[in-house]
Design a protein around this ligand. Structure first.
Ligand code: PLP
Length: 397
């Protein structure tokens, strides 16, 4: 007897492994600075909390339709229209248990055994594993620093085969913080409009932008691409609501229906109380988003400048999300205490064990030269972490 082939072919997330290790050290009383978190460190805004309390008091505590409350699907359709210029009918919207769940059901609804899904590096750790669960084949396309770690039209054209079913896009990007410009997306759209493939566009960091960067939904740029794109978003990152578990998607009716069918057999509905809170998040005052972004912006500058002042570290200033993604590869091959640092996993283990700083190895995102360092933490912690990382690097020879 053994567990399923499906589970056997996927890997345990190394990001979660290192985060668990950092937490265990903290529990032992060790002063670890955690820079591996994938969530804002702010509290959920009070108007949203109050809406949830009201939902409980009003008795909105029962099952809802599997695809979400009709009132919320309508609000999400209005959000897509207002923020992204995307016209979805409420029945072309689905609400899921987090954007991660939306991505998962989208993949399960589209990908058959042996289908190929194009995923550019650096990718969010879950995409390739989700494709594998569906029986599909992740086709990893390596981007270059020269192109700011973004997929080019030429690379996309080369990666497509008759088995290609979908492309996964994520802008602003976790982990690189890069944001595709309108022109860069238009170049990809030129290729996509000639192809019979779907695009899954994960836009969860859409509101976390810096230096005047603008977010563009790829589905907005071409009607043909719109008809084959599943646009995914959620409230976790913009409204500091990671624990509430609400994500959503808009897309072609037949795909959204298929996703709803899966959810009806899988999770039933997303939490009714969280759905009511999401209506408030999307329709209520938006000033908390700007305040959060302003705080992230100051930390971003401090962290990136600190990293770039270190020898053998190079960090492109991120334009979105809340991660720095510096290249540390100049230090690979060096050693400390007769142990060789052979890549990002060794380096992040060393930084955690010896310097007590928790960061995520780039290997988990398909780019071993880098480490992902979250700045969703206090300025004080960032400054301390910079000192420790620099000290750690100086000890390598
Ligand atoms: C955080 C994150 C998500 C998922 O967020 P949920 O909490 O599941 O809504 C999806 N995609 C990326 C790239 C993320 O970083």
């Amino acid at each position: 007897m053994s567990v399923s082939k499906c589970v056997s072919r996927i890997e345990q997330s190394i990001t979660l492994a290192i985060t668990a290790k950092a937490k265990a050290m903290k529990a032992e009383g060790i002063d670890v600075i955690g820079m591996s978190a994938g969530e804002p460190d702010f509290d959920t805004p009070d108007n949203i909390k109050q809406a949830a309390i009201k939902a409980i008091n009003d008795g909105i505590t029962k099952y809802t339709p599997a695809a979400g409350l009709p009132a919320l699907r309508k609000v999400v359709a209005e959000k897509f229209e207002k923020d992204n210029g995307l016209s979805y009918k409420p029945e072309e919207i689905i609400v899921s248990c987090g954007a991660k769940h939306s991505v998962f059901v989208a993949i399960m609804a589209l990908v058959d055994e042996g289908d190929e899904v194009i995923i550019p590096t650096p990718y969010w750790v879950s995409y390739p594993e989700m494709v594998k669960v569906a029986g599909g084949k992740p086709v990893i396309v390596e981007t270059t620093l020269e192109n700011e770690l973004k997929l080019t039209a030429e690379q996309l054209r080369e990666a497509v085969t008759p088995r290609t079913k979908a492309l996964i896009m994520n802008s602003p990007s976790n982990p690189s913080g890069m944001v595709y410009t309108k022109d860069e997306l238009l170049a990809l759209v030129e290729v996509l409009r000639e192809l019979e493939i779907y695009t899954i566009s994960d836009e969860i960091y859409e509101k976390i932008l810096y230096d005047g960067a603008e977010h563009h939904s790829i589905a907005f740029l071409d009607p043909k691409v719109f008809s084959r794109t599943i646009t995914i978003n959620g409230v976790s990152k913009s409204y500091s609501m990671t624990g509430w578990r609400i994500g959503y998607a808009g897309g072609p009716l037949e795909v959204i229906k298929a996703m709803g069918k899966l959810q009806s057999q899988e999770t039933s509905n997303p939490c009714s109380i969280s759905q009511m809170a999401t209506i408030e998040a999307l329709t209520g005052p938006q000033d908390s988003v700007g305040k959060m972004v302003k705080a992230f912006d100051e930390r971003r500058t401090c962290l990136v400048e600190g990293l770039n002042s270190m020898e053998g570290v190079s960090c492109v200033k991120p334009k979105g999300a809340f991660y720095a993604f510096p290249d540390f590869s100049a230090h690979y091959g060096k050693s400390v205490n007769s142990k060789v640092i052979n890549g990002s996993v060794d380096l992040s283990n060393y930084l955690l064990e010896e310097m007590k700083v928790g960061v995520v190895p780039g290997a988990g995102f398909g780019t071993d030269a880098h480490l992902r360092i979250s700045y969703a933490t206090s300025m004080d912690a960032i400054k301390k972490a910079l000192t420790r990382i620099e000290e750690g690097l100086k000890a390598l020879s």
